[in-house]
Design a protein around this ligand. Structure first.
Ligand code: 8YV
Length: 316
């Protein structure tokens, strides 16, 4: 049997793309200068699609792929996949959960340390030659401070475990209280923000959570509080975030994700109480390789008629 045709809609690292090219006839839609031409030539043969976690897949692209059977996401988030549409057409959607949980949780801890203890600012202080002129500022102790986690999935739990080990007090919100979790459930996000020193965004992106962290939530977190986001930029109302930081009604922000990556609101660049990372939550060599292996393993399983390794819960 000839290699199945697969369309690639995001730039992929060589450790995923090379093995993919060895086993599949890959059509590089992400890099193609003539995307319409690529579709005219190959759309009728394409049976698989590979995309990144943040890639948005429009339904009109899927309409142009009548033989599509599977979307394999190189990432845990699939907020860019039109899930209802895929259900309607029987298209499977797989992702790469679990393998990145620890790294993303580490990134959240890093942002708590960099904002709370001011480590990013302190690094700039040394580099600017300020230390020889004066002593560094005192910051706030993290042990004993209150952390609210929005979204206690696998990543949220791993964040809670790490911060609890640092002596922080953990509470969470989400759709429902979770069985077997010792941390306190606070049903209302505004109430959780009001009591928290750090509010950590760890829920999935997508229409259900768009702008969930709005001006009201940010006001409740207030000038004593810091927002940390390792999930999706879409979950925070970004203009409201910028306004709250500009007005000093929010204490600080540690952000790994943004609404329009790689664009970052200019106003944030000049703020000393904000730490900005370029979406590096899962960006270690080990984890990206494991994500790539799982992304390909799902395709391999599908085309060999074996059970998928992961399938998104909405389609399970
Ligand atoms: C990756 C992510 O940057 O897993 C996700 O959902 O956002 C990140 O781990 C991305 O998926 C790489 O394509």
């Amino acid at each position: 049997m000839s290699a199945p045709d697969v369309i690639v809609t995001a730039p992929l690292p060589p450790f995923l793309y090379d093995p993919l090219k060895a086993d599949y006839r890959c059509h590089d839609y992400a890099q193609a200068a003539d995307k319409a031409g690529l579709l005219r030539a190959a759309s009728g043969a394409i049976r698989g699609l590979v995309q990144g976690g943040g890639t948005v897949t429009p339904t009109d692209l899927l309409d142009a792929l009548p033989k599509l059977e599977i979307i394999s996401v190189f990432g845990v988030g699939y907020d860019g996949v039109p899930v209802d549409y895929c259900r309607g057409r029987g298209i499977r959607v797989t992702n790469t959960p679990d393998v990145l949980t620890e790294d993303v949780a580490d990134t959240a801890v890093g942002l708590v340390l960099m904002t709370g203890r001011g480590f990013a600012k302190a690094d700039r202080f040394v580099r600017a030659g300020e230390w020889v002129k004066r002593g560094p500022e005192l910051t706030a102790k993290l042990g004993g401070k209150k952390v609210g986690i929005l979204g206690l999935g696998r990543i949220g739990k791993a964040i809670g475990q790490r911060l609890a080990a640092m002596g922080m007090q953990i509470a969470y919100t989400g759709r429902k209280a979770q069985q077997g979790v010792a941390w306190r459930f606070v049903p209302d996000l505004v109430a959780l923000a009001a009591e928290s020193d750090f509010l950590i965004v760890a829920c999935p992106g997508g229409p259900a959570t768009k702008n969930l962290v709005d001006a009201k939530v940010l006001a409740a977190l207030g000038s004593k509080g810091t927002i940390v986001n390792i999930a999706r930029g879409s979950i925070i109302d970004e203009p409201a975030l910028v306004a709250a930081l500009e007005q000093g009604t929010l204490g600080g922000a540690g952000l790994d994700v943004f609404a329009d990556e790689p664009q970052v609101p200019k106003a944030l660049l000049a703020m000393d109480n904000v730490v900005l990372l370029p979406h590096v939550g899962s960006a270690t060599r080990e984890t990206r390789k494991a994500m790539g292996d799982l992304c390909k393993a799902n395709l391999d399983a599908w085309f060999a008629g074996r059970p998928l390794l992961t399938l998104i819960p909405e389609l399970a």
